[in-house]
Design a protein. Structure first.
Length: 201
């Protein structure tokens, strides 16, 4: 089961991403909304790393973590990519999205092929952005999503993103629970207290 799961996950992710890319291209063709492309770029980086990720030694495949992972990963299929209410100038919303993408990419460079969907011990990283927060990739996602909402606000998307981050927090805590078996990770947590947002969580 554990050997088949990574291959199945990669196949499902590639198919879901194909659907999202089609929707994003269709939305951009009709709206010429650069924020949609920035959202797609962020998802592209994530999917590429999922596809090249190595198989971890210790992975949590409980029903709870699988549910959190599915909901926290494939949420992009539910996002409304149409034109919403613009809450901020485009230069600001796009700037926030670009910052989020750059932060996300930087964090993933430090993580390398240790990236994956399910909570697992893929090695402890304590350099770069990981010196500031325990889950810097999620922080990059958050910036990107905030930028997108500022450019295309809708109650549907707000609801989807609120649910998304409930699932993401669950994923973070499950991952930390698994990693806490490792003494090196416990030492790391002693130095880095922030899970996601400094001063908040």
């Amino acid at each position: 089961m554990k050997r088949l799961l990574p291959a199945a996950t990669k196949l499902i992710t590639a198919c879901a991403f194909g659907i999202f890319v089609y929707r994003a291209a269709h939305a951009f063709a009709h709206t010429h909304h650069l924020n949609v492309l920035l959202l797609a770029i962020a998802e592209t980086v994530t999917v590429l790393l999922i596809l090249i990720a190595r198989r971890p030694e210790d992975v949590n495949i409980s029903f709870k973590t699988c549910l959190l992972t599915v909901c926290g990963t494939y949420y992009f299929l539910a996002i409304n990519l149409g034109v919403g209410l613009r809450l901020a100038p485009l230069w600001l919303s796009q700037g926030i999205q670009i910052l989020g993408i750059l932060w996300q990419i930087t964090s993933k460079v430090y993580l390398g092929n240790r990236f994956g969907l399910l909570p697992a011990n893929r090695g402890i990283i304590d350099r770069g952005p990981y010196r500031l927060v325990r889950h810097p990739i999620y922080f990059g996602y958050l910036l990107n999503h905030i930028g997108f909402l500022l450019s295309a606000f809708s109650l549907i998307n707000v609801g989807i993103y609120c649910l998304l981050y409930l699932f993401q927090v669950g994923r973070m805590l499950e991952e930390e629970k698994l990693l806490s078996k490792d003494e090196a990770y416990r030492r790391y947590c002693g130095h880095v207290r922030t899970h996601l947002i400094p001063g908040v969580f």
